[in-house]
Design a binder for this molecule. Structure first.
Ligand code: 6PG
Ligand code: NI
Length: 209
């Protein structure tokens, strides 16, 4: 949306309602991501191939509500991650850095339950739960992925600088260092390296306090 259009302050440009039933922003087009779009994202490759053979399920969709790419402008989108797992790993988004590395983002939980897997190039990583009515701040230069840890669709709004852009390749190279799995008493977070090469000292943390 060019700034000129917004300058008229027309309410239809400034206000949008989330359709809670369909998980969409009316009038905007959703981009769907299916299992086949997520090759390389899940830790258990055999489970991924088996899941894909069972059908190319919808994993998540993103609807961009507004794109204000003018200097200082903001964009926002609605994400909906379906409930489901590949092996023990919960359905997730591809995840990305912003192409403009310093661009931060605010996530607001709308419905369902899940969280954000975060990491940066300085060796820090974190899983931050996000529920309906909660906010999570994603600082600049931080790769981010959302995960649905519940059994209903997990929806959220992400608000970011309109010039942020997406860089999927940098994080796809080694994938995120943390994985979020179904444990015996709810979601648990592990290092990918411990999952792929199990050691008795591996740290398994509860995802929700
Ligand atoms: C963004 C937001 C968010 C994100 C979706 C889908 O920068 O646009 O972080 O809207 O795009 O959660 O995730 P992927 O873009 O990683 O597929
Ligand atoms: Ni983002």
């Amino acid at each position: 949306m060019p700034r000129e259009g917004l300058r008229t302050l027309a309410p239809e440009l400034l206000r949008q309602r989330i359709d809670a039933v369909t998980g969409t922003l009316p009038g905007a087009k959703a981009v769907d991501r299916h299992l086949s779009d997520l090759r390389g994202c899940f830790a258990d490759e055999a489970a991924y191939e088996a899941a894909l053979e069972g059908g190319d399920e919808l994993v998540y969709s993103v609807t961009t509500g507004l794109e204000d790419e003018s200097e200082g402008g903001l964009s926002y989108g609605l994400g909906v991650v379906q409930p489901g797992r590949v092996g023990r790993e919960y359905y997730l988004t591809k995840g990305h850095y912003h192409a403009w590395r310093e661009a931060a983002e605010v996530y607001i939980g709308v419905s369902g339950a899940g969280g954000l897997v975060l990491e940066n190039d300085e060796g820090a990583e974190q899983f931050v739960p996000l529920g309906a009515g909660e906010l999570v701040y994603v600082p600049g230069a931080t790769a981010h992925r959302t995960v649905n840890t519940g059994d209903v669709p997990f929806s959220y709004v992400g608000i970011y600088p309109g010039q942020a852009g997406h860089d999927y390749a940098s994080i796809a190279e080694d994938n995120f260092r943390l994985v979020v799995l179904a444990g015996p008493d709810g979601p648990v977070v592990m290092n990918r390296s411990d999952l792929l090469d199990p050691s008795p000292t591996a740290t398994i943390r509860k995802a929700h306090a």
